[in-house]
Design a protein around this ligand. Structure first.
Ligand SMILES: [Zn+2]
Ligand SMILES: [Zn+2]
Length: 615
């Protein structure tokens, strides 16, 4: 299937898609996937927590994660056989540099050592003439000449809650087996690292080994009696595409992969500087920040996160501003973001046609943001210099000062922190944030706390709001006409937002009729059920809905009311709505509460936007 958006739909608990399995969670928990039981993809991912780590040879905020899933279909034997073939034959990695880890087991909770996986790997290595030794306690005793290593649940167990003991009742999880690539003992990476006095092993932090993928065997469920086998065992594989490329190139520098070649050439042309991965100086660092941030901003804007002061847009803004600030280290004072983005679009355009379709919008947003920031950057730097002129190393810049740089000159806090660091000064971040709160801006911290919510369950309230979009959609079509089409929705715990095509402002009477119809459907307590069918069948039955062919031909059609009847959003109708949708939904509309339109406004040309609440 194609990649889901970087911005999760209808999931208020997380700002970005940060792993390939994130859009798959409902299916791993048992919901039926319209495309069947064997799925694979390459998922766009964005990780905010890595923004400040970008600059070395391996951190990026944006990356692609390869994934494959078995939803109650194949299991360990097939997965390990195919994974070995994929890595050694398709990607062409030399199995001599490949290492794997398996779960050591935990007697206290009755989960055995994953000897089955270890043995399967051993057989695969043997087929290439490699005698793969299985060894235990590598974290204590080092490599011991082994190739297959057992680790504990901190390394080789997966659940949304972490280690088995932390899993709530009902939560699925299981052991995993990870693959590592060895860049070679001869590089002396471990010996040059701060871990040099401890034994090196594949999970050592020195960087000699890099994890290229993880196969999770989701086999267990925690119950009040302990751990039991799930009825349907799943496989969940995720592997970093760029890390595999780095392994396949035998080059630890991710930015040396050819996906970056055109962008590097562009920046070299603009700056007159050369990218040299081996130098690891200020110039190399700046190249990497610009390369990563412009690429991430390009994909984020394509998925709708235009630069702004809140939520996802705040991160796009931060990325662009940091890119502009680091480009100064390359001597670049003129606009460059659109040019670099353009070179990425030419490289990624075939795999992600959306970038090509939205090229004008992407380049326009980048340039606008860049110009806006450039205007204040020089002024802000003068203010910073003046404000800190008499400060000594180790002193703290007062919060009001860094907040003023943010408020008046658009400096994200970390830009102030970076400038401060160069002068040996510190920044009062807690003070900055309370200043921020005082000004009632949606702050960086606010956005990140939200992000850290992580992969929590789709909350009850967002399921209610999502179900209400079906009722609203049907009611709008009944009141305004069949030209009404959904153009997007966004749900938080506080409200829903619904965009739709309609040429004019809604009158008060129209709004009242829509509200009344939705509330009628809620009072009627219709059952909500689904059936799977082809798109043609769905349309025949009068189903509406956003549908992209990305999930293949079978779709889920949710009926509000009698699934056997065609839908009419009117009083006393046996069926209120039928809509193609992936879920999740409430089972009866009566649980939704009272529906109220809070606002109706223009979104863009020909598109209206409703904000509504459930009381
Ligand atoms: Zn090491
Ligand atoms: Zn739905």
């Amino acid at each position: 299937m194609s990649s889901a958006s970087l911005i999760p739909e209808n999931d208020p608990t997380t700002l970005f898609t940060s792993a390939g399995m994130q859009p798959m969670i409902p299916y791993l928990l048992g919901e039926k996937h319209p495309a069947g039981t064997r799925i694979c993809d390459s998922q766009k991912c964005f990780r905010t927590q890595d923004i400040e780590d970008v600059g070395d040879n391996r951190h990026t905020t944006f990356f692609e994660m390869l994934g494959n899933w078995s939803l109650g279909d194949y299991f360990k034997k097939e997965q390990i056989t195919w994974m070995y073939e994929f890595l050694t034959k398709e990607v062409g990695l030399d199995p001599k540099n490949l290492y794997v880890t398996c779960f050591r087991g935990k007697e206290e909770i009755g989960i055995p050592k994953d000897e089955e996986s270890a043995k399967l790997w051993q057989d695969k290595f043997a087929s290439d003439g490699i005698d793969a030794q299985i060894v235990d306690f590598p974290e204590r005793d080092g490599l011991q000449g082994g190739r297959i290593f057992y680790y504990d649940e901190k390394k080789n167990w997966w659940s949304r809650a972490g280690v088995p003991e932390k899993m709530p009742i009902g939560e699925p999880g299981g052991p995993d087996t990870e693959m590592f690539w060895d860049f070679g003992a001869n590089l002396g990476i471990h010996e040059a690292s701060e871990w040099k006095n401890e034994p090196c092993h594949v999970n050592c932090d020195c960087g000699r080994f890099v994890e290229i993928g993880n196969n999770v065997f989701m086999a267990y469920k925690r119950t009040d009696k302990g751990f039991e086998f799930l009825q349907n065992k799943n496989v969940d594989f995720g592997g970093g595409l760029e890390r595999m490329v780095a392994a396949s190139n035998g080059n630890r520098d991710i930015f040396s992969a050819d996906i970056f070649t055109r962008a590097i050439a562009k920046i070299e042309g603009i700056s007159g500087q050369k990218y040299d991965a081996d130098k690891n100086d200020k110039v190399t660092y700046a190249f990497r920040v610009v390369l990563d941030h412009v690429r991430a901003a390009t994909f984020l804007i394509a998925d709708g996160a235009v630069p702004s002061n809140k939520d996802q847009g705040y991160f796009t803004r931060r990325l662009i501003r940091r890119a502009v600030r680091y480009a100064r280290d390359l001597g670049v004072q003129q606009n460059f973001c659109a040019d670099v983005a353009d070179s990425y679009i030419s490289v990624y355009g075939e795999a992600y046609p959306d970038l090509v379709n939205k090229k004008e919008k992407i380049l326009g947003e980048l340039t606008t943001e860049e110009e806006k920031f450039r205007k204040t950057l020089e002024q802000g730097m003068k203010v910073f210099e003046t404000g800190t002129a008499n400060m000594k190393a180790g002193e703290i810049i007062p919060a009001v000062q860094s907040f003023d740089l943010y408020q008046s000159y658009g400096f994200p806090l970390e830009i102030t922190i970076e400038f401060a660091k160069e002068k040996g000064l510190q920044v009062d971040t807690a003070g900055f944030e309370s200043e921020m709160k005082k000004h009632q801006e949606l702050s960086r911290s606010g956005a990140e706390v939200k992000f850290k919510g992580g992969l929590a369950d789709t909350s009850e309230i967002s399921v209610k709001y999502h179900t209400a979009t079906h009722l609203l959609h049907a009611a709008l079509r009944a009141v305004l006409g069949d030209h009404v089409e959904q153009k997007g929705s966004n749900i938080t715990a506080e409200r829903m937002r619904f965009d739709f095509t309609h040429p004019a402002k809604m009158t008060d009477e129209e709004k009242k009729r829509v509200e009344d119809l939705v509330n009628y459907a809620i009072q009627k307590d219709y059952p909500v059920t689904f059936a799977e069918m082809t798109v043609a069948e769905a349309k025949n039955l009068g189903a509406i809905g956003l549908f992209e062919e990305k999930y293949g031909t079978l779709v889920k059609v949710y009926s509000v009311g009698d699934p056997a009847q065609s839908p009419h959003a009117e009083i006393d109708s046996p069926t209120f709505s039928k809509e193609i949708c992936g879920g999740p939904h409430v089972e009866h509309t009566g649980t939704l509460g009272k529906f109220k339109i809070a606002k109706e406004e223009a979104s863009s040309a020909g598109i209206r936007r409703i904000k509504a609440i459930l009381e």
